[in-house]
Design a protein around this ligand. Structure first.
Ligand SMILES: [Ca+2]
Ligand SMILES: [Ca+2]
Length: 192
């Protein structure tokens, strides 16, 4: 009986150690097309739009786009999307975005978190394919406190697409394919 109790305690301890580390990391995944306050030339491309081939590979069958030729600053300064999300506890976050770039002059967004200084996101060399890109390292604005935050994605170059946004405190995690969305809708529902 004593041995059995010890075995039970040991099993419980093993299970708890196995589960605990997962809960330490926070993960927020937002579908780009759930943005609020969208301004042109940033648009939502969905299943009903003509770009069917690219839509197929996008999570949720939809994404945001600043169409090629629709203009970038200083010619066209407008074009933005606003995302609201809730952080459970203070943490250093890594920001990833699943994007599609048309080319060298179509491979970046301007991003801003809360009232922090805006930063350039992207400028990598993977074109005409959905892929994940990480925000520049050591951004102070990614030290997020518990509570609601705002991410603004805006026009820097046209010919760009945004499918998903991932914020995680897991520094080792590297997204590969589409991610399971969490985040914005439930966060909004909770705050209302
Ligand atoms: Ca560029
Ligand atoms: Ca999407």
């Amino acid at each position: 009986m004593k041995t059995r109790m010890m075995l039970l305690r040991l099993t419980a301890a093993v299970i708890m150690t196995a589960v605990a580390p997962v809960g330490l990391c926070e993960r927020i995944c937002i579908e780009a097309e759930t943005a609020e306050n969208l301004t042109a030339p940033m648009i939502i491309v969905g299943a009903t739009t003509t770009n069917a081939e690219k839509v197929k590979a996008a999570s949720g069958d939809a994404y945001l786009e600043i169409p090629e030729g629709s203009g970038n600053p200083p010619k066209v300064n407008s074009g933005s999307a606003v995302f609201r999300f809730t952080v459970e506890k203070d943490g250093d976050f890594i920001l990833w975005c699943r994007v599609w770039w048309n080319g060298e002059c179509s491979n970046s967004f301007t991003m801003q978190i809360d009232d922090s200084a805006p930063f350039a996101f992207g400028q990598d060399g993977t074109y005409k394919a959905w892929h994940w890109v990480k925000a520049p390292p050591n951004l102070k604005c990614l030290k997020l406190t518990k509570g609601e935050h705002v991410l603004i994605v805006s026009n820097r170059e046209d010919g760009v697409k945004l499918d998903q946004i991932l914020l995680t405190t897991d520094r080792k995690y590297v997204p590969v394919d589409v991610e399971t969305p969490s985040g914005i809708r439930s966060a909004n529902a909770e705050s209302k």
